[in-house]
Design a protein around this ligand. Sequence first.
Ligand SMILES: *Cc1c(COP(=O)(O)O)cnc(C)c1O
Length: 405
Amino acid sequence: MRIVIRFMHKYHVMKEKSGFNTRMVHAGSEDDQWGSAVVPIYQTSTFSFENAQHGADLFAGKRKGYIYTRIGNPTIHALEENIASLENGYGGIATASGMGAVSTIYLALLGQGAHMISTASVYGPSRSIMENHFSRFGVTSSYVNTSDIENIKKNIRPETKLLYLETPSNPTMELTDIKAAARLAHEHKLLVVVDNTFSSPYLQNPLDLGADAVLHSVTKFINGHADVVGGIIVTKTPELYNLIRPVMVGMGLNMDPHQAFLVHRGVKTLSLRVEKAQKSAMEIAQWLEQHPKVEWVKYPGLPSHPQHDLAKKQMKGFGTMISFELKGGYKAGEELMNHMQVALLAVSLGGVETLIQHPASMTHSGLPGKERLEAGITDGLVRYSVGIEDTQDLIADLQQALNQV
Ligand SMILES: *Cc1c(COP(=O)(O)O)cnc(C)c1O
């Protein structure tokens, strides 16, 4: 005998009306049949059918249910529902990594002869897979400074299909006006996808500003605990969801149930983590701006940031990422790295632990000097991802390390 208990959490009833934090905690968890507070890890590759008709109906899409974990799984689905709700979208498509989400977007929306326009300072691998791999299949791309909408306009061709934005971009902290860019793109029938990793759904919702899809490396803020690599896409419409999802499934870019469980656990504290860290980030950015060994600081929350007004308009907060330039250049950058005690010397961002890195000697060391400078990676540039440690300890850490530079 099969025991089938249908249990509905009462949250179902008020789902549509609830605020960000309520959805952050509850969205996606409401369908568990036992009423468990947390959606368990359905660590299974396959799902049995009640009988031949049930199996046939599932394959034909006539009934909802699960067939095989690469296609769908309750633990993964719960996370997909959660992030789709936080991004005010139709549906989520979870992927093995952030790059899995980027690849799925390129594979689904571009093809032989198609052209893409993207932010010049986009996440490095998002650009290199396009230039090294997608180019082999006849896809072309232009990388422009999307902070100025004119640069997008000038590069639109008859074969342009996709505008792929990242804002704020990394590590130059430049912003793109999503609303204005999406309006222009839609006039020319382009789709607009935004990599929203740097802001998280708590600070920025690109779909509300006109984007057609948004993606995240959930490795960063959404999971937030530096213990999972993963990605997700959220589309605005069912049509786009139904176009993109089969590409992820077919290419085998799916997330794993155990990954999904951890990310779902992480997202429930997203707003608390971001609030705490961005409060520190503002204090640290102001402190750094006064420091005699610091040339300049780029943080969207500082009035000195060239797009401070756009940040105020487009984002609900200024985030936790700070870039700053040391007067001592490359050598000073290396020295600072060697003397940090609280901040971990590591790439990645958006976790509870503060991370620091020196792009010129680390993430961008592969670029020739001239190209590196053109991409805004100056010799003394430092990227700092603020975590949730005590603010005074983070400032003391920077103070003692800067003293030794
Ligand atoms: C980290 C990152 C990615 C790639 O994500 P992975 O999870 O490392 O594959 C994509 N975009 C941005 C902005 C990122 O920071």
